[in-house]
Design a protein around this ligand. Structure first.
Ligand SMILES: Cc1cc2nc3c(=O)[nH]c(=O)nc-3n(C[C@H](O)[C@H](O)[C@H](O)COP(=O)(O)OP(=O)(O)OC[C@H]3O[C@@H](n4cnc5c(N)ncnc54)[C@H](O)[C@@H]3O)c2cc1C
Length: 459
């Protein structure tokens, strides 16, 4: 049986460990005190809430499937149904039409919604009659869609949803990597709105589009870690990767008790791009350069608890809202956790929990203030949109510095170059959020695929 070292105990690395169970002796090295990476919970007002990822997409099977495989099927929970709400021009406004990432499939329904000016709606309504516009190669989402649906619709409808999902700016985000369905339209040049009308994500009647976990999503990495049977060493930071004279790989790691040196037949780097670059530098300089060029953005999540006793009757409605960058706020997205997730409301009925994601693209300097200023800013903007909820009785600030990989134009080709440079290293593979998708499902898919490649190579 082969031995494999997986560096990085986030969901990508743990999915790889799960895939390798029964096929190899697996050791996972994780620098933090616990596994899970960006799937982390914290106690706010005595309730365990997700302060990183908080929902698993149901539009692809990998994350929810893995939860079921490791015995968490019974803990999966549907969110409450609610429309998409945008803070726009001084009010919260609900999307009146079905949409895919902010592109409405019935643009005329936006008339009078306040989401766009009359000119903006007119421009949107013209999209299906516009001449064909094909795209060769890759372009930013914002550039392509501005030509199709107009700048105002991009700024006020698409950009806030892209920002909420990927933490990215529509003006730099790769069309091909981020919106493959729209990119397919761009290939033949037809109407985007016409093509998206038939997409499942635009149809609200077909079941929840995402699911959460009772007890928090951080249960998933913990459960995968335990079920995989891997030896998991936390507080262990890989510092160096060395090739041994016998064609194996040696990992030199730092632990609280001094250095640790381990050898294995194969190594999977399940790491953020910069961390992977540092380890691969001596062996695959081409991969290192490409990995280094992947930008990462930071964000902060402020989780607040309000006493329902001091809130207007019923409290805020819906699951929350997104805020377009053009509004000039620090807030990117607000999620009313206690409305969205019934299990959170039931855990502490007197408490109303919500979370505010702060920091639009290229505005990270706004986050460089002490936690109490961040909370004050978040609460001030919340009051403008949601009215007075009283003073928070619990708060938690979680900073995610350089956490969100940015899929800039050309990302797919960059990943192809990275993969071909890594393929030249026998027994080494890479996986994680930097490659084929940032959501948990995509991370699970890359982790399992890396494990399968390592096994296939050894066969
Ligand atoms: C605030 C926030 C909200 C999000 N919301 C959602 C959501 O709702 N739904 C969704 O699907 N996705 C969401 N995401 C994205 C998703 O959570 C991440 O893309 C995914 O969890 C990344 O997993 P990963 O294993 O690739 O990386 P990580 O989770 O970053 O794991 C990498 C691990 O490697 C460790 N490490 C780093 N360097 C070393 C080293 N040298 N040696 C050993 N270990 C090392 C780190 O400590 C970390 O634990 C969100 C992300 C953030 C930040």
């Amino acid at each position: 049986m082969r031995s494999v070292i997986i560096i990085g105990g986030g969901i990508s690395g743990l999915a790889a460990a799960w895939e390798l169970r029964g096929h190899a002796h697996v050791t996972v090295l994780e620098s933090a005190p616990q596994v899970g990476g960006q799937m982390r919970s914290a106690y706010v007002g005595g309730v365990a809430v997700d302060v990183g990822a908080e929902s698993l997409t149901a539009l692809r099977p990998e994350a929810i499937g893995l939860a079921r495989e490791v015995g968490l099927g019974m803990a999966l929970r549907d969110p409450a149904r609610a429309g998409t709400v945008v803070w726009s021009d001084g009010a919260l406004r609900t999307f009146p039409a079905r949409h895919v990432m902010g592109i409405p499939v019935d643009p005329a329904a936006l008339a009078g919604s306040g989401l766009l000016s009359d000119d903006g709606v007119d421009r949107l309504c013209q999209e299906e009659a516009l001449p064909a516009h094909t795209v060769e190669g890759d372009v930013p989402v914002g550039e392509y869609l501005t030509r199709r649906i107009g700048r105002e619709a991009v700024d006020r409808l698409v950009a806030p949803l892209v920002g909420a999902r990927d933490g990215s700016s529509a003006d730099r985000l790769s069309l091909r990597a981020a919106l493959p369905r729209v990119a397919a339209v761009a290939d033949h040049g037809g109407s985007v709105i016409g093509a998206l009308r038939s997409v499942r994500g635009a149809t609200p009647s077909q079941g929840a589009l995402a699911q959460g976990l009772d007890g928090g999503l951080s249960r998933l990495p913990r459960a995968v870690s335990e079920a995989s049977g891997a030896l998991v060493l936390t507080r262990t930071r890989a510092r160096e990767l060395q090739r041994t004279p016998f064609g194996r790989w040696r990992v030199v790691a730092a632990t609280g008790d001094g250095p640790l040196v381990m050898e294995a037949d194969a190594v999977i780097c399940a790491l953020p791009a910069q961390a992977a670059a540092a380890l691969l530098r001596p062996h695959a300089p081409a991969a290192e350069t490409e990995l280094e060029s992947i930008r990462h953005a930071g964000t902060a999540v402020v989780t607040l608890g309000f006493s329902r006793a001091f809130m207007p009757k019923g409290g805020p409605q819906g699951n929350g809202y997104v805020v377009p960058q053009v509004e000039g706020w620090a807030t990117r997205e607000v999620t009313y956790l206690s409305n969205k997730w019934q299990h959170l409301a039931a855990a502490e009925p007197g408490l109303f929990l919500l979370r505010i994601s702060l920091g639009h693209m290229e505005e990270e300097q706004r986050l460089a203030v002490p936690d109490r200023h961040l909370v004050r800013q978040a609460v001030m903007e919340l009051r403008q949109a949601a009215g007075t909820l009283g003073e928070p009785v619990a708060s938690q600030v979680t900073r995610w510095e350089s956490a969100l990989p940015q899929y800039d134009v050309g990302h797919k080709e960059r990943v192809t170059r990275i993969r071909s440079a890594v393929r030249a290293l026998p027994g080494v593979d890479v996986c994680g959020a930097a490659y084929e998708g940032v959501d948990v499902a995509a991370c699970v898919a890359t982790g399992r695929a890396a494990a399968r490649r390592v096994l296939a190579e050894a066969a």
